[in-house]
Design a protein around this ligand. Structure first.
Ligand code: PLP
Length: 394
């Protein structure tokens, strides 16, 4: 490998505002080094007001948020939960924690997210087959792209099945001007290290229903009933966000919109760089109703046209110190989830077999971005038939 003056280019690294320390030091100086401090309260208020939700509960991770939301929305052992198949395993794992049954629904080609028509078919068939209505729709907004919320909410209404939004990747994304995560009964955000903003690790639930978030906070702090002694009438969890982490979150909230703008700008940059390459296509906002934070810029590669497939390109980039990532492998194709019911159209599988996430972090410099684009363009044109003669000379 040739020495590289640019250094390793990460897929999506944390990006501090510089103000995080102020809040962290404040917590330490006031000896608020525990979960229920002022930073947590302030971070909850900042998230609530940013998303225009009614209430917010900050938790130890996005996964914990999904777990608690499923409990609060009444998912019990044996219940079926309709879940986007094209997602990260953290969306589906908590369904199984509860001994409930994930039923995976394939994507539509335009948003890559849950296909409302397939969802309707699945619900009708589940009712026919099991005699029971599925309990919940777990809708993911993948890579920051809002799902067809109108289509999904119509099905939710038609069958009276509530929606839980996994907006872990979609903080800052909107649909019809409203934030992803605020359409369903509850919405989930994640502040893991690679997300659009981070608390090193953390998550949150938002809702228009204050009592749902209060229940989350209650369950997350070991479900202690109001009593002078420790009394419990429900099983609790230790899922509360640390006051130190919330301090980082407060520093991050100050620049969230800048981070969204930068990721969108990265996306525009790649589009422009590849505008003449028909064999590379992008996940694109289907209409002006959709506003994606473009957490990660994702492309599809047509190997017949480029002579290099997504996996080869991934390895090629790795050799050039560029961290790309293959798309999420759909849940219905994962060994652990394959036995569960699924309603598929081939869309997510086909995306998985062509797609790549490009370095998309807000810390990336212009030089780094250009280097990524150049490396991809070279890899593609090198093997194109029309330039074969050229590369054969060397
Ligand atoms: C990151 C992520 C989660 C989980 O969030 P954590 O904070 O890492 O637990 C859930 N769903 C999706 C789609 C994610 O990308």
């Amino acid at each position: 490998m040739s020495p590289d003056p640019i250094g390793l280019i990460r897929l999506s690294s944390p990006h501090m505002s510089g103000n995080e320390m102020k809040y962290v030091i404040d917590a330490i100086e006031h000896n608020q080094v525990f979960p229920l401090g002022q930073n947590v309260a302030d971070f909850e208020e900042a998230l609530r007001s940013y998303t225009a939700a009614t209430a917010c509960s900050c938790l130890s991770s996005g996964t914990a948020a999904i777990h608690l939301a499923l409990i609060i929305l009444g998912v019990k052992p044996g219940d079926e939960v309709l879940c986007s198949t094209f997602t990260f395993a953290a969306s589906a794992n908590p369904i199984v924690y509860l001994h409930a049954i994930p039923v995976f629904i394939d994507s539509e080609p335009s948003t890559w997210n849950m296909d409302p028509n397939l969802l309707r078919q699945a619900i009708q068939e589940r009712i026919r087959k099991t005699g029971k209505k599925p309990k919940l729709i777990l809708l993911v907004h993948l890579y920051g792209m809002p799902a067809d919320i109108e289509g999904i909410m119509a099905v939710s209404k038609e069958f009276d099945i509530p929606v839980l939004e996994d907006a872990a990747e979609a903080l800052g994304s909107t649909y019809d001007g409203n934030h992803c995560g605020t359409y369903g009964e509850m919405g989930v955000y994640s502040f893991n290290g690679n997300k659009i903003i981070t608390t090193s690790g953390g998550g949150a639930l938002v809702s228009a229903n204050k009592s749902l978030c209060s229940q989350a906070t209650f369950l997350a702090t070991q479900a202690r009933d109001e009593a002078p002694h420790y009394q419990h009438s429900q099983i609790g969890y230790n899922y509360r966000m640390s006051n130190i982490c919330a301090g980082i979150g407060l520093g991050q909230m100050e620049i969230l919109d800048e981070r969204v703008a930068k990721r969108r700008e990265n996306n525009s940059f790649y589009r422009e760089a590849f505008q003449n390459i028909e064999e590379l296509t992008f996940l694109t906002e289907p209409s002006r109703r959709y506003f994606s934070n473009y957490w990660l810029t994702t492309i599809l590669i047509n190997p017949a046209e480029t002579g290099i497939n997504h996996e080869e390109l991934y390895h090629h980039l790795k050799q050039h110190q560029i961290e790309a990532r293959l798309l999420w492998k759909p849940m219905h194709l994962q060994p652990i989830f394959a036995p569960y019911p699924s309603y598929t159209s081939g869309v997510s599988e086909s995306l998985f077999n062509q797609g790549l996430c490009l370095p998309s972090g807000s810390l990336m410099t212009n030089t780094q971005r250009e280097y990524v684009a150049e490396t991809i363009l070279k890899a593609i044109t090198k093997v194109q038939p029309k330039t074969k003669a050229l590369s054969a000379e060397t």
